[in-house]
Design a protein around this ligand. Sequence first.
Ligand code: M3L
Ligand code: AKG
Length: 454
Amino acid sequence: MSLILSAPARFRTGSQWTPTLYRGLATHFTRASASAALAHPSPSASQPVPDVASEGNLPMISMDGRKVTVGWDSRTWSRFHSIWLRDHCRCPECFHAITKQRMIDTFKIPPDITPIKINATTSGLQVSWPSSEPHVSLYPWSWLQTNSYDPPLRPRETQLEKIMWSSQIQTSPPTITYQEAMAEDDRGLYKWLNHVDHFGMCFISGVPPTPEATEELSQRIAFIRETQYGKFWDFTSDLARGDTAYTTLALGAHTDNTYFTDPCGLQLFHLLSHTHGSGGSTLLVDGFHVAATLKKLHPDAYSILSQTPVPAHAAGEPSALYQPYPTSGYPVLSHDPVTRELTQVRWNNDDRSVMNNLDPHQVEEWYNAIRTWQKLLTSADLEYWVQLSAGTAVIIDNHRVLHGRSAFTGKRRMCGAYIGADEYRSKLAVLREKFASTTSDSEIADRSVWNPAL
Ligand SMILES: C[N+](C)(C)CCCC[C@H](N)C(=O)O
Ligand SMILES: O=C(O)CCC(=O)C(=O)O
């Protein structure tokens, strides 16, 4: 039995629209209108999806077999599997309100579950489920729009705009002051991490020239990630550790930790002193810009660097022998499996191990590909050379920005720290909740179970 409610004017006569579509309570469509509606092609996901707020502007809803359909407007439809809806119920019984963890036993939901009733309310889609004890779920409309998968309606929260840069950035590199970074209201910290998210690096001026102040600065972001080099590092060219960073040698543009399965996310450097010598200039290169250029000019090389795993090792310490897992390593260029966006550059030719997994027919083209990569990496317009000095630290996204240094003489003391990639992103996400969204402090304190990140 279907309740025919008066459809609002805008849906009554539209050429593509059958007049028997409903709002509010619906148990099911008549066969004709349901198939017409469900068959209605959902336009590209780029269509603006109307905000749903008031009684007069509720979406059309229907259910047909194991799916619930929500019509946002005459051209935009989402279809949700009933099993998916039931599994994503976020009532306190099904989803822990404090820990934000699923409580419902997904595997006890009947695979063929279908609602006994659905209802469009101003708070969202209400679904009544068949069960021994009645269970009603409510899904906010905005949450349904955000998580619509058939079709996807909103671009996945992937990455904030990445601002590619070249050597020209030297005219005004992203910088914050130590005072801003240390301010307890976290506004400066948010500005700092937004710079890192957009540029992959940021300078910090006015840092007291001590390891203690530099360590404290690093810990404003998150706890320091300890490695075989220690926690907070304060190093010079004394081979205290088995790595050429602890020498006076030049280091070509590289990312650190290619020998880890999960390379550190951020790397902070603060040059404390350099006496009785010269050189030791710092090199920064936007690996995302180099990759974009490679993709445009040499797509075959880009593809090879995106597919060929590169083994690596850190074997300079007798007490450690680091290799990534699997030991075949990871490609120079890694991508998001969903969006296909570039997510990580991993490149350190000094730390690279034997290339013993290459297809014999690939060997020369692989070397041609890395040669082309290296040529771009070392091109004058992409290299940003900067002479660090005590008081100005720099932080880089080790998944995007490559760094290096020129050879030097004399006594040079550098300190800094690694921060984990997930710790960095978590802090930025929390700061975004605090500053970028309109939610009140109290709502921030009690993160919603409908938070788009969950
Ligand atoms: C930063 N710190 C001086 C502590 C260690 C440097 C390690 C460098 C290593 N070759 C790599 O590329 O990861
Ligand atoms: O000494 C420097 O300036 C940088 C050393 C380096 O590349 C590293 O520690 O990864």
